[in-house]
Design a protein around this ligand. Structure first.
Ligand SMILES: [Ca+2]
Ligand SMILES: [Ca+2]
Ligand SMILES: [Ca+2]
Ligand SMILES: [Ca+2]
Length: 547
C-alpha cells in the first residue's frame, strides 16, 4: 500500500507542470429565479411571493467550443451553483467559448440514473453564458454569474424550469437521507403539457406538469415526485381504482386515498427537509404572474379542508402521517406538537416517527401484494418484524383523524358466545372493526363482532348498521360492514352487504352499511356477526341497531 501511494504521488508531481501550461480553466456561477409560494388556504388570494435568487445546484454544465460545436468539458455545479472546469490541451491560440447549464442533475450526484427537466419534446432547458469569441486559451475564463429567468407562455402561464430541477434535487436528497442508498429509478419532469391534470406515469418514470397548475408549484411538483418515491421504492401499484381524485372527498376508494395522501405528505416532508418555515401545507397557485391560490390546506390541523377523516380521505391520510412525522421541533412557529407522537420519545431502533414510516415503506411494503395498500397496511407495517413500540401514541395520533386502529371495548367478541347484548330500539355504542390479540394491540388481522338479541316470534325484526351517530353524511369511516344473522339453532336467517340505514343517499355515494329484515320462527337467542365485506375496507367505526 505504501509503495502504491508513493507511486501515485510521484506521477502527479511529474505530470503537473506539463498540464498546467496547457490547461484552460473555466469557472463561474449559475443561479435561477424562483417564485416562492405563500401558505394560503383560501381561494382567490394572491399566491406568489416576490422573485428570489437561488443557486442552480448539482446541475450539468458544459463548456462548448461554438466554432467546432464540440464539448470541451462536461461537469456540474456544486451546492452553491459554482463550477470549475479544467480543460487540457485546448487547440489554440484562441477559441469561441460558451458555457451552458442544463436542467439535468449532474452525473453521479445521486448514483447512475438520469434526472432531468424537459419540455414536451424531451428537450432539456438550459441557460448559456455570454459568448466569448476568440478567447485566449492560455487565460483562465471566469464567466461570472449567469441567471436563468422564468418562461412565460403565450397563455400567460409561467414556470422556472430550474426551480423544477431544484425540486428534483431536494426530493432525491431527501430520499437518500431516509433510505441510505441511491435511487435506482430515473425521473424526468416534463413542462408544459396540455394534460388536464398533473400526473406521474410509473412506466415512463415521468412527471407530467400541466400548464394550468404545474409551473412553479412546489406543492404539486413534490406531490407527483412523491408518487415516484412511493411507487418506485415502496410498492408496485396498479388497478382500476387509480385515477382522478378529490382532496375534499372523504369517501374515496381507500387505496386511492392512501396513494394520494402519501404523495401529498411528501410535499410537507421534503419542505421540512429543505428547512422551509411551516412546511406542512399543500397549496396550489395559478401559475400566471398574478396567480391566485386555488386550493390548499394545512396538515397540522386540516385547516382548509376540515373536517376530514377516515381512510377514505386522502387529506386525512396526509394529516395522520404528518402527525406521525412532525415533532415539537418542527419549524412551525411554536415549540409544541398537537399529537402524541411529538418527538419526546423514539421508537425501537432509535427511530423517529418519520423514520419508522420510511422503514414501513422501504422494508415492509415491497413484501406486500402489489394490489394497492391502504392506511391499515401502513399501520400494520409499523409492527413487523418486531414491535417498534409506542402503539398507544401512534394509535392516538391516528384516532384524531378518525382512523381507529385499536380494539374496541367489547373485544374480544369474535364468537357467538362472547357477543354483546343488543337492546331493542337503541343504537349500540360505536364499535370498530379492528382486532389484534394481546399486546401491543397491533398488527390487526381483521375482525368479527358478535351481538345477541332475543326477538319475538312471528314479528318483523330488523338489524341495521350505520356510520357513527347514524350520520348518513359522515363517511369518516371507510368500513364496509357485512351482517350475518343466525337463529338459535345456528341457521342463517339473513345475510347482506347492503340495505343500511342511509339507503343510497349518504353523501351522494352508495351507503356501504348493511341491513337484514326477517320474521323469527324459532324462539331463543339470535346472533349477529358484523365483519368487513371488503379486503381493503377492513377497519373503521360503525353502530348497530335492533329494531
Ligand atoms: Ca407529531
Ligand atoms: Ca402534529
Ligand atoms: Ca370490534
Ligand atoms: Ca371483534
Amino acid at each position: 500500500m505504501t509503495t502504491r501511494v508513493s507511486w501515485l504521488v510521484l506521477l502527479a508531481a511529474t505530470a503537473f507542470p506539463r498540464i498546467a501550461s496547457a490547461d484552460l480553466q473555466v469557472s463561474g456561477t449559475f443561479q435561477y429565479e424562483k417564485r416562492p409560494m405563500k401558505n394560503l388556504t383560501r381561494t382567490g388570494l394572491r399566491c406568489w411571493k416576490a422573485l428570489e435568487i437561488r443557486p442552480i445546484r448539482f446541475a450539468q454544465v458544459q463548456v462548448i467550443n461554438t466554432a467546432t460545436n464540440t464539448v470541451l468539458f462536461d461537469g456540474g455545479t456544486d451546492a452553491n451553483g459554482h463550477f470549475i472546469g479544467v480543460i487540457s490541451d485546448v487547440p489554440g491560440p484562441t477559441a469561441d467559448i460558451v458555457v451552458r447549464c442544463f436542467t439535468h442533475v449532474r452525473a453521479g450526484q445521486f448514483g447512475s440514473q438520469v434526472f432531468n427537466v424537459t419540455d414536451a419534446s424531451n428537450v432539456e432547458y438550459s441557460v448559456p453564458s455570454s459568448l466569448y469569441s476568440g478567447w485566449n486559451v492560455q487565460q483562465p475564463l471566469d464567466i461570472g454569474t449567469v441567471t436563468a429567468h422564468g418562461i412565460t407562455l403565450p397563455s400567460g402561464h409561467m414556470d422556472h424550469p430550474f426551480n423544477s430541477l431544484d425540486n428534483l434535487v431536494w426530493m432525491l436528497s431527501y430520499f437518500e437521507s431516509q433510505s441510505g442508498y441511491h435511487p435506482f429509478d430515473p425521473l424526468r419532469v416534463v413542462w408544459p403539457t396540455n394534460n388536464v391534470s398533473n400526473l406521474y406515469v410509473p412506466n415512463d418514470h415521468t412527471v407530467y406538469l400541466n400548464v394550468f397548475r404545474g409551473g412553479d408549484n412546489d406543492g404539486v411538483q413534490f406531490h407527483e415526485m412523491g408518487h415516484y418515491l412511493h411507487i418506485s421504492y415502496a410498492a408496485g401499484i396498479s388497478g382500476s381504482w387509480v385515477g382522478i381524485h378529490d382532496l375534499m372527498d372523504s369517501n374515496q376508494d381507500p387505496r386511492l386515498s392512501f396513494m394520494e395522501g402519501v404523495a401529498t405528505l411528501f410535499t410537507g416532508l421534503i419542505r421540512d427537509f429543505r428547512g422551509d418555515f411551516d412546511p406542512g401545507y399543500y397549496v396550489v397557485c395559478n401559475p400566471t404572474a398574478t396567480g391566485a391560490s386555488e386550493m390548499g390546506y394545512r396538515f397540522e390541523d386540516g385547516y382548509g379542508v376540515y373536517p376530514v377523516g377516515g381512510a377514505g380521505s386522502e387529506a386525512a391520510v396526509t394529516c395522520a402521517l404528518w402527525d406521525m412525522s412532525d415533532t415539537f421541533v418542527s419549524p412551525d412557529g411554536n415549540s409544541v406538537d398537537d399529537d402524541p407522537v411529538d418527538g419526546s420519545f423514539l421508537f425501537q431502533g432509535l427511530l423517529t416517527g418519520e423514520q419508522l414510516m420510511w422503514n414501513a415503506l422501504l422494508q415492509v411494503f415491497p413484501t406486500l401484494p402489489p394490489t394497492g395498500q391502504v392506511f391499515e397496511s401502513l399501520w400494520n407495517a409499523c409492527f413487523v418484524p418486531i414491535d417498534w413500540d409506542h402503539q398507544p401514541e401512534l394509535s392516538g395520533a391516528f384516532d384524531a383523524w378518525q382512523m381507529p386502529m385499536h380494539n374496541d371495548s367489547a373485544e374480544p367478541d369474535n364468537s357467538a358466545a362472547t357477543g354483546t347484548p343488543l337492546s331493542f330500539g337503541v343504537w349500540s355504542p360505536v364499535h370498530t372493526l379492528y382486532y389484534a390479540i394481546g399486546a401491543p394491540g397491533a398488527p390487526g388481522n381483521g375482525d368479527s363482532d358478535f351481538f345477541r338479541f332475543s326477538p319475538t316470534v312471528g314479528l318483523s325484526n330488523s338489524i341495521t348498521t350505520s356510520y357513527p351517530n347514524n350520520d348518513c353524511y359522515s363517511v369518516f369511516t371507510d368500513v364496509d360492514p357485512y351482517v350475518i344473522v343466525k337463529d338459535p339453532l345456528g341457521a342463517i336467517v339473513g345475510q347482506t352487504d347492503s340495505g343500511g340505514s342511509c339507503g343510497n343517499s349518504g353523501n351522494g355515494e352508495p351507503d356501504r352499511n348493511a341491513g337484514v329484515t326477517f320474521v323469527p320462527v324459532t324462539a331463543g337467542t339470535y346472533t349477529v356477526e358484523v365483519k368487513s365485506a371488503s379486503p381493503y375496507r377492513r377497519t373503521g367505526a360503525y353502530q348497530i341497531l335492533w329494531h
